[in-house]
Write a protein that binds this ligand. Structure first.
Ligand code: AMP
Ligand code: MG
Length: 412
């Protein structure tokens, strides 16, 4: 491992770069009506309110007997006549004093009853039930509205709808809702060396992997991917592809071609058609990150190296996309792991290393194993790993120390 020298000009920290990047995001904002069954992974544009209380009526939390607790006061077992039977989906008659109602989970509590005794505490004797347990008012009754009150907001605007959200929305009878429309993202893969998988490959050529990594990442984020193409390493082809993408997409992602070599046309083309910032950020992998716009359409110029492209996508493009989608996060997906490796020659840049999660130690904290080859071209490492562990700048890590962990699979 080489020890790096720090550059003359200080690099931006990850935090300052992210803050600047996210300060000027324009969310898509357009809303559309979507059937609940098609809403998974999408973003609510308006709060969802409930017109109902849930549960809508007091109901039994157990199979058992609904009783009036007054009838059970006194010492020793009490026998009550079983005056009615109330399965779920029916509703009974007011409960006469001195009697019990056979009742089942989810069935409405009859008027007059104020507790349910679970059947395990009852003995049936002919048409009577003998109750020995101590029974308190409200026992085993799910009160009206104890989950949701009428008029309550159950989902705020800006929530990513997960399976449980769909269930909750369904539970209050809403079948259609207002969502932000999907973000359209164009992927441009640059490089004369690239060939699409399934095609024969010639000397000096490689398959276009970034297109698929990025496509997968975008689909997982609920984006619509606009016709991804390979762009030849000429100024004309690059400019044409960029203009077309600017017109058809909300966001453009390019991979490759943003260094300063003479085959790197993306940088020059963007500077000609719009504007571009090359951000020197003190992270590894992933320096530099190109960010700009063409005719108002924002653009990320990700590095060509597959691992760098993936890591910068996770660190910068993903939060940017989430903001464009109108998502309001309530928590971070980072966690802590215990390093099961030494990292003794730290660089001046913060490093994001590929790790796999192992067993939890005695303290319950999961151990992270390091992938041995951390080179930025090694795509197998990304499949082996579960996420990235963060090695702070100029910091030696000894086995057993705690590290921040960023999972590859976030919350969706
Ligand atoms: P560049 O930034 O264009 O100089 O590319 C840096 C490295 O990433 C080179 O080795 C490229 O061949 C490789 N690369 C660029 N684009 C892709 C891609 N779409 N898929 C796989 N590798 C790529
Ligand atoms: Mg290239």
């Amino acid at each position: 491992m080489k020890t790096e020298r720090s550059p003359a000009k200080p690099l931006a920290t990850l935090e300052s770069a992210k803050e600047r990047l996210l300060a000027n995001v324009t969310p898509v904002g357009e809303e559309e009506d979507v059937e609940l069954k098609s809403a998974l992974g999408r973003v609510s544009a308006q709060p969802v309110k409930s017109d109902l209380a849930v549960p809508p009526f007091d109901n039994s939390a157990m199979d058992g007997y609904a009783v009036r607790t007054r009838d059970l006061s006194g010492s020793g077992p009490v026998r009550l006549e079983v005056s009615q039977r109330i399965p779920a989906g029916t509703h009974g008659q007011p409960l006469k004093s001195g009697t019990a109602a056979r009742i089942f989970t989810g069935a409405p509590i009859p008027d007059g009853a104020d507790a349910v005794v679970m059947q395990e505490s009852c003995t049936v004797i002919g048409n009577q039930v003998e109750i020995e347990a101590e029974v308190g008012e409200g026992d085993h009754i799910r009160q009206t509205g104890n989950d949701i009150t009428k008029g309550e907001t159950i989902i705020p605007a800006g929530a990513v709808l997960r399976p449980q959200h769909l269930g909750l929305i369904a539970s209050v009878g809403v079948g259609k809702l207002k969502l932000f429309r999907r973000l359209r993202v164009a992927i441009l893969s640059t490089g004369d060396e690239l060939v699409e998988p399934g095609e024969p490959i010639g000397p000096g050529q490689i398959y276009n992997s970034n297109r698929f990594t990025l496509l997968g990442g975008l689909v997982q984020l609920g984006c619509e991917v606009v016709d991804p193409v390979i762009v030849a390493d000429t100024p004309q082809a690059t400019e044409k592809a960029l203009v077309e993408a600017a017109h058809s997409a909300d966001l453009i992602i390019t991979s490759g071609g943003v260094s300063v070599g003479e085959e790197d046309h993306v940088k020059k083309a963007i500077e000609k058609l719009g504007s571009l910032d090359l951000w020197q950020i003190a992270i590894k992998p992933g320096k530099p990150l190109a960010f700009g716009e063409i005719e108002g359409t924002p653009l990320f110029g990700l590095p060509g190296n597959p691992v760098s492209a993936f890591v910068t996508f996770i660190l910068f493009t993903q939060p940017y996309i989430e903001k464009m989608q109108g998502i309001k996060r309530t928590s971070e997906t980072m966690s802590r792991v215990r390093s099961n490796f030494n990292w003794l020659k730290p660089g001046f840049r913060r490093e994001f290393v590929r790790v796999r999660l192992g067993e939890a130690g005695e303290d319950g904290v999961v151990k992270a194993e390091l992938y041995p080859n951390q080179s930025s071209g090694v795509l197998t490492s990304l499949c082996w790993a579960d996420g990235l562990a963060v090695i702070p700048e100029n910091t030696r890590i000894n086995r057993g120390e705690l590290l921040t962990f960023i999972p590859f699979d976030g919350k969706r």
